[in-house]
Structures are given as structure tokens and as C-alpha cells.
Write a protein that binds this ligand. Structure first.
Ligand SMILES: NC(=O)c1ccc[n+]([C@@H]2O[C@H](COP(=O)([O-])OP(=O)(O)OC[C@H]3O[C@@H](n4cnc5c(N)ncnc54)[C@H](O)[C@@H]3O)[C@@H](O)[C@H]2O)c1
Length: 330
């Protein structure tokens, strides 16, 4: 490892402190700066000579990546890396590290909580009580969950844990994932058309990519049961919200529960927010006190590893290693 001081920029971070990161990175004695970047210009202004970047929401676009003179690693606080141009990073031999496993328990539990909330009308009835209405019939019709079908769109880490937890409620589980060919956890793989027509709850667990953007629009929503609920704890743009609004208003489906939206925070005039048959939480699925610590620890460890000439614990572009990733290169 070279003796020069590494420069590490945290482009943005809404956590209360970065003490965990500082402690872990102190081993390589870096110059560590916490910034409040919001735009690509902000990132370009502070990160062009950084050796490592830690990032939360600020856009790491191709323009940003092309401005980086010696960056070896961009580590994202999170699982999804849709705010980072991974292709551009790979072309520039920059490792993009993420933390795929810090909140599987939290997101899967939040998903189950949203499913059960829909199934039992909890948020709806709570809103009614605050309106001085003590009347369970306002949530009618509700149906028994035992024996109902949950359709998982995407069968990765989080979906598998949702399946495990949901099976405890006697719910049958089916899944659509074109990249998974076999499963041994009591989940039946089906085509998307069957997932849509057979599910009482459809829960989305795919990354946001060009392929998954607006996977749920008019056709898919019309194909679902009128009594079904759509749950999304992955990324907002996987659903076309304009179509979802019509689907909910015209009762093509019974309801929706979203932890993520196309725009976050949403436009407060968005008519979706006024509907009774929707529950929305503010992109909180990932959060618990324990997951926060794990996330910050693992992000800092990844950056430390790469700057020490090692591989990070998780990366989304392993092609970088195959392409010319060696010590002389650094
Ligand atoms: N709301 C939150 O706080 C929060 C927290 C963590 C993760 N997430 C989101 O949840 C997503 C899923 O997380 P994970 O850990 O399960 O990821 P994962 O990579 O383990 O699983 C994603 C699955 O989606 C599948 N997939 C990809 N494209 C698909 C397509 N077109 N159709 C169907 N399936 C497809 C993949 O084959 C994979 O099995 C993440 O990408 C992230 O965006 C949200």
C-alpha cells in the first residue's frame, strides 16, 4: 500500500453521524470528508481527485465518473445502485461496491407488515377512528389470509425471506423470476401471466433496471384479481404510478401498499396520496438501529479493502477485476 494519504469523499449521507465509517477507515489514515451533494455538478466539484467515494443518493452519472481522476471504488450505502452508472464505472475500472445483505430481515418484515395491513384493513380503520368512526364494516370486504396466494415478482434474497415468513401464515407462494431456474424453499416458479392472475397479493422485489422500469402498468394491473393487493418495497419506478392511480380509483385491484415511490418525497399534490385504498411508508423498509450499524460498517470496510489492494466484500461489477484490476494499476 502506498504511503500517500487516501482521499475519501462521502458525497451525501442522511445518517446522524459518520463515526463508524471514520473508525473503520482510520486504519488507512485517509482524508475523509462528508459532503452534501445533490446534483452531478456537486459531486464533480468535490470528488474529482478522490481515491474512494461513499455515496447515498447523489447521482453518480457517466459525467461524474468521467471527471474522476483516480477513483478506485464507489461504495453505495444500500443494495440498489440505480443512482450509479455502473457501466461507465466498469469502463473506467472503478469498483462499484454495495451492501446486499444488511437489511434483508427488515425489508422482508416490512413487506409482511404491509401485506397484513392490507389483509386486515389496519391503516384504513385507524384513519377512520381518528375521524371518530368506530365501525369495522368500513374495511369490508376482508378475507382470510390462510390459503391465499402471494406472488413474488423477483426471487432474490429479500423475496426468499418474505416467502419463508409468509409461509408461517399458511399463504401459498408463487414467484416469477426469469433469472432463477429452480428453488427449494416451497415456492413455485410461474410465468408472469400466472403470477398476475393467481395472486391475492403481488409483492415486488426486483432491482430497478431499464428492463424492470414500469413493469407494472395498465396491462399488468388489469390482469390482477379485483380483490388483490400490490405491495412494493423495491423501487418506485418499477410501477407506473399514473396507471396505478387509475387502477386504484377504478378498483381494478383492491389496494396497494408502497414503501417506495417514483418521486421521493412525492409531490404533495399527487392524487395518489388522497386515495383510501393505498398505504404509503417513506422508504423505510431498510431501517432498524441494527441495520444502520451493519450498513455503515460494511460500506466502510469495502472502501478500506479496495484501497488496501483487496477485493470488497460485495461488488456489482466483478468484470472490473477481470479487466485489469491489479496493484500496479492503482
Ligand atoms: N425499500 C428499501 O428500503 C429497500 C431496501 C433494500 C433493497 N431494496 C430494493 O429491493 C431490491 C431487491 O433486493 P434483493 O436483496 O432481494 O435483491 P437480489 O438481487 O437478491 O434479488 C433481485 C431479484 O430480482 C430478479 N430480477 C431481475 N430482473 C427481473 C425481472 N425483469 N423480472 C423478475 N425478476 C427479476 C433477479 O433475478 C433477482 O433474483 C433491491 O434491488 C433494492 O432496489 C429496497
Amino acid at each position: 500500500m502506498s504511503n500517500k494519504k487516501f482521499k475519501i469523499i462521502i458525497t451525501d449521507c442522511d445518517h446522524p453521524s459518520v463515526e463508524i465509517e471514520k473508525k473503520i477507515l482510520s486504519e488507512i489514515n485517509p482524508e475523509l470528508t462528508l459532503e452534501t451533494c445533490k446534483t452531478e455538478e456537486d459531486v464533480i466539484a468535490v470528488a474529482s481527485d478522490a481515491d474512494g467515494i461513499i455515496n447515498q443518493y447523489a447521482p453518480i452519472t457517466r459525467r461524474v465518473i468521467e471527471s474522476l481522476k483516480r477513483c478506485k471504488v464507489i461504495a453505495r450505502y444500500g443494495v440498489g445502485v440505480d443512482n450509479i452508472d455502473v457501466e461507465a464505472a466498469t469502463e473506467h475500472k472503478i469498483i462499484v461496491a454495495n451492501v446486499p445483505d444488511y437489511c434483508v430481515d427488515e425489508v422482508s418484515t416490512h413487506t409482511i407488515a404491509l401485506i397484513l395491513d392490507c389483509a386486515r384493513g389496519i391503516t384504513l380503520l385507524d384513519r377512520k377512528i381518528r375521524d371518530k368512526k368506530w365501525d369495522f364494516t368500513l374495511a369490508k370486504p376482508l378475507f382470510r389470509t390462510k390459503g391465499k396466494t402471494l406472488g413474488l415478482f423477483g426471487l432474490g434474497r429479500i423475496a426468499k425471506m418474505v416467502a419463508q415468513k409468509a409461509s408461517g401464515f399458511g399463504i401459498k407462494i408463487i414467484a416469477y423470476d426469469p433469472y432463477v431456474s429452480k428453488v427449494n424453499i416451497g415456492v413455485k416458479l410461474v410465468e408472469l401471466s400466472q403470477l398476475l392472475t393467481d395472486s391475492d397479493f403481488v409483492s415486488i422485489h426486483v432491482p430497478l433496471t431499464a428492463e424492470t422500469k414500469h413493469s407494472f402498468g395498465e396491462n399488468e394491473l388489469k390482469a390482477m384479481k379485483k380483490t388483490a393487493y400490490l405491495v412494493n418495497t423495491s423501487r418506485g419506478p418499477v410501477i407506473n404510478e399514473k396507471d396505478l392511480y387509475i387502477a386504484l380509483k377504478e378498483k381494478w385491484i383492491a389496494g396497494a401498499a408502497l414503501d417506495v415511490m417514483e418521486k421521493e418525497p412525492p409531490d404533495w399534490k399527487d392524487p395518489l396520496l388522497k386515495l383510501e385504498n393505498i398505504i404509503i411508508t417513506p422508504h423505510i423498509s431498510f431501517y432498524s438501529e441494527e441495520s444502520y450499524v451493519e450498513l455503515k460498517t460494511k460500506v466502510a470496510e469495502s472502501v478500506r479493502s479496495v484501497l488496501k489492494g483487496e477485493l470488497p466484500r460485495a461488488m456489482v461489477n466483478p468484470q472490473v477485476i477481470k479487466r485489469k484490476f491489479n496493484k500496479e494499476d492503482r
